[in-house]
Ligand binder design. Structure first.
Ligand SMILES: Nc1ncnc2c1ncn2[C@@H]1O[C@H](COP(=O)(O)OP(=O)(O)OP(=O)(O)O)[C@@H](O)[C@H]1O
Length: 207
C-alpha cells in the first residue's frame, strides 16, 4: 500500500518541477531585439543633453536603426523616460511620427531602438535650400499638423518642436522626433500645463 502511494506522488512532483524549469527557461531568454549585443554601432547621428543617437546595424535583420542611448547617471527622470518610450511606441500608429521598434535598459543605459530617418532634419534642409517654395511649405506643414493632431488625440504635447526635431525619411516625408520633453496631459476647461519648455523662436505664442 505504502509503495503504491509513493509511486503515485513521485511522478506528480517531477512533472511540476519540469514545468517550473521550462517556465524559468522561457523567461530567462532575452528577445533578440532587446539584447544590446545585437546592435553594431556605425556612426553618431546626433547628441543631446541626456545622451546620443547612433546609427546602428541590427544584426538579426541586417537593418539600419537609430539607437538613442541615454546614460542613467545623467539623471533624466524615470517618468520622462517612460513617457518618451510610450510616445515612441505610439509612432507605429501614425506615419508622421518616429516609431520605436524596441525600448530596453541595461544597468547603466536606457536604449530606444528607432526607425532610421535617413533624409536628415528639416533644419538641414532649410539651410541647404535657403528657402521653401509655397507648395513645399504646404507639404511639410500638412504632414507636421497631421502628426501633431494625432499626438493631441492621445493627449500628448510635444513641447520641443523645432526644425532639428522634424526628421525626414528617405522619401522626404516628415517624422516628428524627440519626445524627451513631451508630456501626456488632458486639457480640461481652463486647466493648463505649468512650466515653459521648448526652443526660443519655436515656442507656441501662448507659452
Ligand atoms: N530616428 C532617427 N533617425 C535619424 N536621426 C536621428 C533619429 N533620432 C535622432 N536623430 C538625430 O539625432 C539628433 C538628436 O536626437 P534627439 O533630439 O532625439 O536627442 P536628444 O538627446 O533628446 O536631444 P535634445 O537634448 O536636443 O533634445 C537629432 O537632431 C537627429 O539629427
Amino acid at each position: 500500500m505504502d509503495k503504491k502511494r509513493k509511486r503515485s506522488r513521485s511522478p506528480e512532483k517531477t512533472s511540476t518541477e519540469r514545468r517550473d524549469k521550462k517556465r524559468y527557461r522561457v523567461e530567462a531568454t532575452t528577445p533578440p531585439a532587446l539584447d544590446i549585443n545585437n546592435y553594431q554601432l556605425v556612426k553618431k547621428l546626433g547628441e543631446g543633453s541626456f545622451g546620443k543617437v547612433m546609427l546602428a546595424s541590427y544584426a538579426i535583420k541586417k537593418q539600419h536603426v537609430a539607437l538613442k542611448i541615454i546614460e542613467k547617471k545623467k539623471k533624466m527622470s524615470h517618468k520622462d523616460i517612460k513617457t518618451e518610450a510610450a510616445i515612441l511606441r505610439l509612432g507605429r500608429l501614425c506615419p508622421f511620427l518616429i516609431r520605436a521598434y524596441a525600448t530596453f535598459q541595461t544597468e547603466s543605459l536606457v536604449l530606444y531602438v528607432m526607425e532610421y530617418a535617413r533624409g536628415g532634419t528639416l533644419h538641414q534642409l532649410i539651410k541647404q535650400k535657403g528657402y521653401f517654395k509655397s507648395h513645399e511649405v504646404r507639404f511639410y506643414s500638412a504632414e507636421i499638423v497631421v502628426g501633431l493632431q494625432f499626438l493631441q488625440e492621445y493627449g500628448v504635447v510635444h513641447r520641443d518642436l523645432e526644425p532639428e526635431n522634424i526628421l525626414l525619411n528617405k522619401e522626404g516625408h516628415v517624422k516628428i522626433a524627440d519626445f524627451g520633453l513631451a508630456c501626456v496631459h488632458e486639457f480640461k476647461g481652463s486647466k493648463a500645463y505649468n512650466g515653459i519648455s521648448g526652443a526660443y523662436g519655436y515656442m507656441a505664442p501662448e507659452v
